[in-house]
Design a protein around this ligand. Structure first.
Ligand code: CTP
Length: 398
């Protein structure tokens, strides 16, 4: 799977750097081409000579080679890579990556990288448990980076806890699985809607909701990694797709979302309606900011928004499959089944806000899928990416 793949191996200054040599050897043995990029501190822990001997390439660490003046282009490296792996990643490098502190070759390369980035943290248990580190890792995750969780065990400090870099064999397996991918959606086109919609009241206010887009983006990533051509029609969110093949169409209101979907759906095999579309929009948009004059609060008259899922459901051709979501707080089953029928969907994914870890903003979700042909499958609480895989595994059986 790794044969001919271009991997940047980023090494930072931690005791676990000695394990990077084993990881590098595994990559090379599997036929990958590896460019090692070290931070200055990493050289205190493992020598560049060892790593260049193993990789067959000079190690890059400085922006310039002092004696020749040759410039090392982090931009070219970022474009060259099929994946970047930072192992070990110290608390300091994680912080720099999270906040764009581009003061070394490794962080500039990270910022230029177009390929997926894998981060294997390694540090003492207290540093790992510190809220600063958790927050920085959370930020990296939200930018689409994949964190390879450290293991628990004896640390260099002889303390026992979580913070030990995952073993090279396991990091290698993560990369192997990533490159193996599945291509059961090759040749298929999928439309995914995600995020909230914003319905403008005046130049500074809107009606919206708490959707973060995480579930829809996870579905788009999963579908793209399985070979689908993906069009992601997204309301305003803070995430960007990682997979370069995903075509992102940014919209704001339900009407804009509908127009984008109507343009794309006719050529799609699948549609997954994950967006939390606002049901109503202000009847009129106030060109100037509504002032807080007088004592009477202003009246905002609402009009119904189009139902995007239903519009596509009514128009769908033979062979096109459409999935919707139902986020419910009560009468979950009845509401989900009613939506399945009224929107002419082929399946509906139910998440209940009563389940802990399900719904808006979380990284996990707990779903039950109902298909129009009468199947019902309840899944355990999983990461949104794993949930995305379950949804796609079901939609391809329809
Ligand atoms: N949906 C849509 N367009 C809308 C409203 C909903 O495409 N205007 C889609 C959602 O993306 C989701 C499904 O329809 O796939 C159900 O959304 P939900 O908000 O749960 O249902 P509603 O039909 O709006 O019903 P209610 O808000 O009354 O629960």
């Amino acid at each position: 799977m790794l044969k001919g793949k271009h991997i940047i191996l980023g090494i930072t200054g931690g005791i676990a750097a000695y394990k990077s040599a084993s990881l590098l050897r595994l990559f090379i043995k599997a036929g990958a081409e590896v460019q090692v990029v070290m931070t200055p501190a990493a050289k205190e822990f493992i020598t560049p000579v060892t790593l260049s001997a193993l990789s067959g390439k000079p190690v890059v660490s400085e922006f310039f080679t002092a004696n020749t003046g040759e410039w090392h282009s982090h931009v070219d490296l970022g474009l060259w890579a099929d994946a970047m792996v930072i192992a070990p990643a110290t608390a300091s490098t994680i912080a720099k990556m999270a906040h764009g502190v581009a003061d070394n070759m490794l962080v500039t390369t990270y910022l230029s990288a177009k390929a997926p980035v894998f981060v294997a943290p390694a540090m003492d248990l207290d540093m790992f448990a510190h809220p600063t580190t958790s927050r920085n890792l959370e930020l990296l995750r939200s930018y689409g980076n994949r964190i390879i969780e450290p293991a628990a065990g004896e640390l260099a400090s002889h303390l026992i806890g979580k913070g030990r870099m995952e073993e090279p064999e396991n990091i290698f397996k993560v990369l192997e699985a990533f490159f193996a991918g599945r291509d059961d959606l090759k040749g298929k086109k999928m439309l995914v809607t995600a995020g909230p919609t914003y319905e403008k009241i005046d130049p500074v206010r809107f009606i919206g909701n708490y959707s973060t887009g995480k579930m829809g983006y996870a579905i788009a990533e999963e579908a793209a990694s399985r070979g689908a051509e993906v069009v992601l029609v997204s309301g305003p969110v803070d995430i960007t797709p990682v997979n370069k093949s995903i075509r992102l169409v940014k919209v704001e209101s339900a009407r804009e979302m509908l127009a984008a979907c109507e343009a794309e759906f006719p050529t799609c095999d699948y549609g997954v309606m994950c967006a939390a579309v606002a049901d109503y929009a202000p009847a009129e948009y106030a060109e100037s900011k509504i002032k807080r004059a007088g004592n009477e609060p202003p009246m905002i008259h609402l009009v119904k928004n189009p139902d995007i899922a239903r519009t596509l459901g009514m128009k769908k051709r033979d062979g096109q499959k459409l999935a919707g979501f139902a986020l419910e707080t009560d009468h979950e089953l009845d509401n989900a089944m009613a939506k399945l029928r009224s929107k002419n969907l082929d399946m509906i994914v139910l998440n209940s806000l009563r389940d802990k870890g399900a719904g808006f903003g979380t990284d996990t979700n707990k779903i039950t899928i109902f298909t129009a042909d009468g199947r019902e499958t309840a899944f355990a609480l999983k990461s949104k990416r794993e949930v995305a895989a379950d949804i796609i595994d079901t939609i391809i059986t329809l």
